[in-house]
Design a protein around this ligand. Structure first.
Ligand code: UN1
Length: 516
């Protein structure tokens, strides 16, 4: 680590920050209105953050509305220049911020830096978008009429994010919202408040310097004190939430009850199909990264592996050999050479162990891992990357669930119809991949009839995780249907207005109606 990122990012000067020595020896969690955050690799307390309550939320919403009224008056390309400067600021702090992501969340350094890069990328994307935000023009059926649509700022946006991408998922939302003319109010995970503070401060510092204070607000609090009232608040026309299906169901219902709009990016249960004719080396490397990268804590993590029966045995052997290699590289995420960091907290380890136990009880066979790990005696929340082979019947109910840990369930199929049925036979629909050299298998997977992959993301010869920002990101079914990041995801942050102008001056009705 180059330096102490908490200090380098100025967090020790933030009035909300409580130094570790002032926490009276308490461990991670919420105590007396303070969220204590730890390094999941060592269990060492990093500091505390004083929590906001519902009154602070209310104040933040009022201030955000005031900021919104001014921000929407700024021409979109000028808003883009502010986002451009924010992107530059993230370039400047990329190293300490990426290291803080590793320190507080536990992903390895390369991925921590990669996450900040994802925010920089979306900022760049948003700058270009600030000169577009294009509406369409339609031919009017009435003489002397012109019809078109325009996209307008929608208002302050509530953003709820998970611990696993504590910087970039805010970036996807906040950078697009900003060029769209919206302000954001961010409620981050209480497992990663320091990353949130540093991230929001970087954006707000730049915006304020350019005369636009208040565009980026951060409210750190519990679900009860902040999350629930935020979601229910009619002053926030859009709530964008990332997290578990359970959380999303609650958010979606609460927002729908007030007829608000929600953008949900929820759990995945992503599968890789390796067909008989696959490039096995490519499939292997992509599967290992997809399954053990970020210690299995991405919503895009590969959780199920569907192998054609003709290659299943050999491929599984190679996979186990690869896991043996990567398992020697579990450790401190900030240390050079580490490939697998810790899980988020003790509860995540318990969930991992419970899933392994359930899999065994259901006839699953642990081919590798399945236990806690303690690399170099580190006291953090480490587990072994784990491969579990489903029984011959392919019935393994635990594999229908998303366990946020590096467990890969392996199944075998006879033909592509069976593979597709297994592939689509889960509740979630985020990301998917097939490895094949055949155009038939690939087209079966991507079939334009919709009978192929039922996910929001479907890749051929590329794994399930690690999407670029340029495409729309999100999924179907219990994944929630939302799309963030690239393509036309920006439309979620604006309201559409269909406009007809009668420039001919004659009274004329559509559908040929006469009303004389
Ligand atoms: C998430 O896990 O919530 O595609 C986001 C990926 C990353 C984003 C993951 N670009 O794996």
């Amino acid at each position: 680590m180059s330096s102490d990122p908490i200090r380098a990012l100025g967090l020790t000067d933030d009035p909300r920050f409580v130094a570790p020595e002032k926490l009276g020896g308490k461990s991670a969690g919420v105590h007396d209105g303070v969220a204590i955050t730890e390094n999941p690799a060592t269990g060492e307390v990093l500091g505390g953050v004083r929590l906001d309550g519902s009154a602070a939320l209310d104040r933040a919403i009022n201030e955000s509305i005031e900021a919104f009224k001014k921000w929407r008056e700024v021409p979109a390309p000028a808003r883009g220049q502010v986002v451009r400067a924010i992107g530059e600021e993230f370039r400047r702090v990329k190293e300490p911020l990426g290291e803080l992501v590793s320190l507080e969340m536990g992903k390895i350094r390369a991925e921590g830096l990669g996450e900040v890069q994802e925010t920089i990328d979306i900022a760049d994307y948003a700058v270009g978008l600030s000169r577009q935000l294009p509406g369409q023009v339609f031919p009017s059926e009435r003489a002397g009429h012109r019809m078109f649509e325009q996209w307008l700022p929608i208002g302050p946006v509530g953003v709820i994010t998970a611990f696993n991408f504590p910087n970039a998922v805010w970036g996807w939302n906040a950078m697009l919202a900003a060029v769209c003319g919206d302000t954001t109010i961010w409620k981050p995970s209480l497992l990663t408040p320091l990353v949130a503070m540093a991230t929001n401060a970087a954006a707000e510092r730049v915006a304020a310097k350019m005369g636009h204070a208040g565009v980026f607000k951060l409210v750190i609090g519990t679900d009860d004190a902040v999350g629930k009232p935020m979601v229910a608040d009619r002053r926030l026309p859009l709530i964008s939430a990332t997290g578990s299906c359970r959380m999303g169901r609650a958010v979606g219902q609460a927002v729908a009850a007030r007829l608000g709009r929600s953008l949900l990016e929820l759990g995945g249960n992503n599968a890789v199909i390796v067909h008989s004719d696959a490039d096995q080396e490519l499939a292997l490397r992509s599967t290992v990264f997809g399954a053990v990268g970020t210690a299995g804590q991405r919503c895009t993590t590969t959780r199920r592996l569907l192998l054609h029966e003709s290659i299943a045995e050999k491929f599984t052997e190679r996979l186990v050999a690869a896991y043996k290699q990567v398992a020697t590289r579990i450790g401190d995420p900030l240390k050079e050479g580490t490939l697998i960091g810790p899980l988020a907290n003790a509860a995540a380890v318990e969930q991992f162990l419970a899933a392994v136990k359930a899999a065994k009880a259901q006839g699953g066979e642990v081919l590798f891992g399945g236990e806690r790990a303690a690399p170099n005696g580190l006291k953090g929340h480490f587990v072994q990357p784990t491969i579990i082979r489903a029984p011959r019947s392919n019935k393994l109910p635990i594999a229908m669930e998303e366990t946020f840990a590096p467990i890969l369930y392996v199944f075998t199929y006879k033909d592509l119809d069976e593979a597709m049925a297994m592939h689509n036979g889960v509740d979630q629909g985020l990301s998917s991949a097939i490895f094949t050299e055949s155009i038939r298998a690939s087209e079966r997977f991507l079939s334009p009839t919709g009978s192929g992959s039922d996910c929001g993301i479907a890749n051929v010869n590329a794994g399930t995780s690690g999407a670029e920002i340029g495409g729309a990101f999100g999924g179907e079914k219990d994944t929630g249907g939302g799309r963030e990041s690239g393509s036309d995801s920006w439309k979620a942050y604006m309201r559409r207005q269909t406009t007809t102008i009668n420039f001919g001056g004659k009274f004329e009705l559509a559908q040929g109606i006469r009303f004389e």
